[in-house]
Ligand binder design. Structure first.
Ligand SMILES: [Zn+2]
Length: 192
């Protein structure tokens, strides 16, 4: 990576110079966007991952239609800091790959729709240390607020869905999410 690109990324991502950065993100690959952008998305993603590894920071990842490419890039770059895959709705196989790489999966309003059968199965399958709660506010509106602006106030109702799918209490879901969040964020905060 050239020194100029690295310096711009460090400033843009607010890492290195800042003592309060605890993660790099949201970064990622969105292959639902026109194919012409994929090559440059990958180019920038790789450089951001290299920087996160250098500064020992976890990632907050956005990914659409590129889970396999993204996971293999993390592996090729020997990325070991883990992080969050936000708004995850991939397959069980893809989930396992991320979990092995030290990531946890963001569960959001998407799972509140009756038609989201695959996601319901995935939520039921996920171990306790595999997920965090998220809103992606103002996007990813849950079924019960599909015409409103999505806000974190919807999380308790999303928790009820997860609790039912997993046959656990809402308190357990909340406790697991908090522990998983802190496991990843505090690991990077340990640097200071
Ligand atoms: Zn996103």
């Amino acid at each position: 990576m050239s020194k100029v690109i690295e310096r711009n990324l460090v400033v843009g991502l607010d890492i290195g110079t800042s003592k309060i950065s605890v993660a790099v993100g949201e970064i990622g690959l969105d292959y639902a966007l026109p194919a012409a952008s994929h090559k440059s998305q990958m180019l920038w993603f790789k450089q951001q991952v290299v920087l996160a590894q250098k500064y020992k920071l976890p990632l907050v990842i956005h990914c659409r239609k590129a889970h396999d490419q993204l996971a293999s890039t993390l592996r090729k770059l020997s990325f070991t800091q883990g992080g969050f895959i936000h708004g995850f709705s991939g397959s069980q196989v893809q989930a396992d790959v991320y979990l092995k790489l030290g990531f946890v999966l963001g569960l959001s309003g998407a799972l509140t729709y009756d038609r989201a059968k695959a996601l319901h199965k995935l939520v039921a399958y996920l171990p306790d240390d595999a997920y965090v709660l998220e809103t992606d506010s103002p996007d990813m509106r849950p079924s019960f607020a599909r015409h409103a602006i999505n806000t974190p106030l919807n999380i308790p109702r999303i928790v009820e869905y997860i609790a039912q799918l997993k046959g656990q209490t809402a308190e357990t879901i909340i406790k697991n999410s908090s522990q998983n969040y802190h496991r990843i964020i505090l690991k990077s905060a340990d640097r200071f």
